[in-house]
Design a protein around this ligand. Structure first.
Ligand code: 4AD
Ligand code: MG
Length: 434
């Protein structure tokens, strides 16, 4: 048996007899020569099956191949700069592992399909070259985030998914029954990160988070993945720098390692290359002024909508950090600016090209009495937060952190219209299947 070689590694096997294991991507025939395209999850290679050069049963097997049938193919690798991927396989042997029936052909053909149809077949759609490119970039972004924090001495601490209380507002909580009680799916690991930051200094969590968002926008999922660092003794400026360094690092990493994927997605790489440090900073106050000159109806005190974020990012070729939003639009745990008690010591990072908020964070309330008052004002159940208040009783320190939504970053870096393609199996207001 010749050795199994991944299609991405063909360069090392030119002139040799090898075996590839994969699926039929497409098939083209030209008289007595067949040109099946094979894919194996790492790339695509064109096979060449010449009737006069193979045993009759091999040619017959190749002739009846259908899209997405699974195969094991032997042949000799030949470099051909005209071929997709740069190589061709002169097929000498072919084993069909499972033949897709011609009566029930693979539902996704090379022609155009509607989005709902593709989403219904997401489990199969993932096999397309475009979706594989997105999965590759997503993987690289996640790995880059972890490397970034690991190399800076952060400890990864996993936070729970079943939680007793809200972190980001009670209107977007998913309630689940929990034996004789009820629980909520986590909206953010932050409150737990604050506890572990006091244990290890610098921590981060990375996991799924849930928001019962009734919004049908191109930026909202009900289940998304968030990477959240939290740092003891850090202030707003410290986490603002950490956030911009993280974003620049991730973009650089993807540019360095995933060019082919970005090219396959037809991403304008020049725009990503502009993403150099430092990123511009803008106060909420100034942002409101800018928005009003651009025709937005925003009043001081209101939160930015998606359209406002797009208008704001238009002025910059790289992400922009917007800081000090009014406390009234932000979560209960946000520290207020001592110089301006009506604004929070918070920062949002807005991606360019209209992708909107990718990061939200800031400094946390460290004072026991102020925090207790906030919990009461926002009518949050005190009992659920007694452990959180403990953190302000036993060695409270200033601390800060943020959360970055992975899918929004994937959408921006890949240049996608909608977050539904950024996660293998998206969960949205009207989608729970497959
Ligand atoms: O701004 P958010 O709500 O902040 C928090 O959850 C903080 N507790 C994080 C922290 O400080 N540790 O969410 C953070 C990020 C947003 O900037 C966005 O990227 C993403 O999470 N996000 C969503 N992504 C997809 N779908 C949704 N429904 C999202 N909601 C937030
Ligand atoms: Mg936010």
């Amino acid at each position: 048996m010749p050795p199994v070689v991944e299609i991405r590694n063909m360069a090392g096997s030119v002139g040799q007899e090898i075996l590839i294991q994969g699926w039929v991507y497409n098939i083209r025939a030209s008289g007595k020569i067949l040109f099946p395209l094979f894919r194996d999850g790492t790339g695509i290679i064109q096979g060449v099956v010449v009737k006069s050069a193979v045993a009759p049963e091999i040619f017959e097997r190749a002739r009846i191949l259908t899209q997405e049938s699974s195969v094991r193919v032997t042949g000799k690798v030949r470099a051909d700069h005209r071929a997709p991927g740069g190589f061709e396989l002169d097929v000498s042997g072919l084993e069909i592992v499972q033949l897709v029936s011609a009566e029930h052909p693979y539902p996704i053909t090379p022609k155009e399909h509607g989005v709902e149809f593709l989403m219904d077949h997401r489990h199969l759609w993932l096999r397309s070259a475009r979706q594989r490119s997105i999965l590759g970039v997503r993987h690289e972004i996640i790995k880059a985030c972890r490397d970034f924090f690991d190399d800076r001495g952060f400890t990864l601490v996993d936070t729970p998914i079943f939680t007793p209380a809200a972190c980001e507002g009670t209107t977007t909580l998913f309630e689940v029954s929990y034996f004789d009680d009820k629980a909520y799916l986590t909206q953010s690991g932050q409150l737990y990160n604050e506890a572990t930051a006091a244990a290890v200094g610098k921590t981060y969590c990375f996991g799924p988070t849930f928001r019962a968002e009734k919004s049908k926008t191109r930026r909202h999922l009900t289940e998304f993945w968030m990477i959240e660092p939290e740092v003891a003794f850090a202030r707003l400026d410290d986490v603002s720098e950490l956030a911009e360094e993280l974003v620049a690092f991730v973009v650089q990493r993807v540019l360095a390692k995933r060019r082919p994927e970005l090219q396959a997605l037809e991403r304008n790489i020049v725009n990503l290359e502009k993403c150099a440090l430092p990123f511009p900073r803008l106060s909420y106050d100034d942002a409101v002024e800018i928005l009003r000159t651009k025709g937005s109806g925003i009043q001081w005190g209101g939160d930015f909508g998606a359209a406002d974020e797009t208008l704001l990012s238009e002025g910059y070729d790289r992400p922009v950090l917007v800081h000090r939003y009014p406390s009234q639009v932000k979560a209960f745990y946000m520290a207020s600016d001592p110089a301006r008690p009506d604004v929070a010591l918070c920062v949002d990072v807005l991606a360019p090209e209209g992708y909107g908020e990718i990061i939200g964070g800031g400094e946390r309330l460290a004072d026991y009495d102020v925090l207790l008052r906030r919990i009461d004002e926002q009518r949050l159940p005190r009992e659920a937060f007694d452990w959180y208040l403990d953190l302000r009783r036993f060695g409270s320190v200033p601390h800060a952190g943020f959360g970055m939504g992975i899918e929004r970053v994937v959408a921006w870096i890949c240049g996608l219209e909608h977050v539904r393609e950024t996660i293998p199996f998206p969960r949205m207001l009207s989608r729970l299947k497959p």
